[in-house]
Ligand binder design. Sequence first.
Ligand code: AMP
Length: 190
Amino acid sequence: MRAFLLIGPPGAGKGTQARRLVEKYNWGYLATGDLLREEIRKGTPLGTSIQALVENGKLVPDELIIQLVESHLKNGRDYLLDGFPRTVAQAEALDTLLQQKNAYLGGALFLQVPEDVLLQRLSTRAQIEGRADDTAETIQTRLREYHQKTAPLLSYYKAKNKLYEIAGLGSIEEVGERIEKVVETLLRDA
Ligand code: AMP
């Protein structure tokens, strides 16, 4: 089992690109944001406990996320992880988890998008999808959380020679092709 990570600020296009990749490479797909929204929708104890955090754009505590990922990762196939890890503690937990499963990290794909474009995309998405965490105030919180807690992952994966930065500007197809180029080299070298 290999895990490929898709990391980037909110609005970078992770979900859109993840769907393309998973279909093309037949990977398992695990998006922690989707899993959390599902728990909230179903009103489970986990969902109820994290609803306010998610809706206000705050990160959910590491232990909860790590448990959630552990319980969903099945051995025997490659995975694309979308929106996980988002903190260095989560990245360390993922390293341990992969080791335990005799699996390894294929690569951390970072989608880079300038802040003004992120803001524009998020406000458009707010109008189209009506996500509870796409309001103007929440968007600011999510970006702040990203800069404080998730951006340090860039140096974490760089130090491990696992960082692949991809320009996230352009059409869905253009960005998709850039990502696929990187993935093809990773798969060839594996
Ligand atoms: P996303 O759909 O990936 O944008 O995630 C939506 C929200 O779910 C985030 O703003 C966080 O509140 C929560 N969330 C998703 N993934 C994580 C994670 N790896 N760590 C902490 N919180 C997360």
